[in-house]
Design a protein around this ligand. Sequence first.
Ligand code: SAH
Length: 246
Amino acid sequence: MKVLYVIGLGPGNEKQLTFEAREAIGKCQVIAGYALYADMVRKWYPNKQYITTGMHQEVERCEKALRSADSAGVTGMVCSGDAQVYGMAGILLELGVKYPEVTIQIIPGVTAALSAGALLGAPLGHDFAIISLSDLLTPWEKIVARIRCAAMSDFVICLYNPSSKKRADYLEKACQLVAKYQSADTICGYVRNAGREGEMKKIVTLEQLEKISADMFTTVFIGNSMTKKIGEYMVTPRGYQTEEEE
Ligand code: SAH
């Protein structure tokens, strides 16, 4: 059978690679991916064949992976975190229509919201919205509308791609937008390099969040009106205690 596994690697350490992902990688003869992530797998499995491409070569990377699965052998396309979440799973399924003999199987991974969230405590204990601040593929107006609706509805907001060199002030803009609906002392947090070398985390207020310098390996959490700081943890209560008190 011709198989292409689309594998979420988790944040970047072997411990947070799921058992299923490890098993799928084990079955692959060829591993495709953005160089950074393919190299991660290469460290663990040096004897496989690797197809690596640079950043912004997503379609080419997917075509190569599909061709490999079609003619070279069991292939795995690896992504960081989860392969659905701003990853390659969708585009592979779209392009996969041209390769009817290839079975595509998506293997979930621990997405940054979860690995970074766990480091902060439990910021995602209630309804949340994940929003990417990257306007490479989404118009900025749409991003603004989503942030506004999420803040207005008191969602916890988890921001991916909070910043890059070209978009240095996007996080600041997002915070200012949220501040129209949430108080300046709303509990927020951010994590850089979750599960990787250079890992750091910090809990701040919404007002302070505006000033931080985030990079492309940072995930940001903006709490809802119930989110609180408990010691060194950021916690969005589910509401159990309130129920008991009622
Ligand atoms: N598919 C990935 C997300 C890709 S978008 C996933 O499911 O995690 C890239 C964004 O993910 C980054 O800009 C950052 O916001 C977040 N991210 C990915 N890895 C991270 C890590 N190790 N630590 C913190 N944030 C991370």
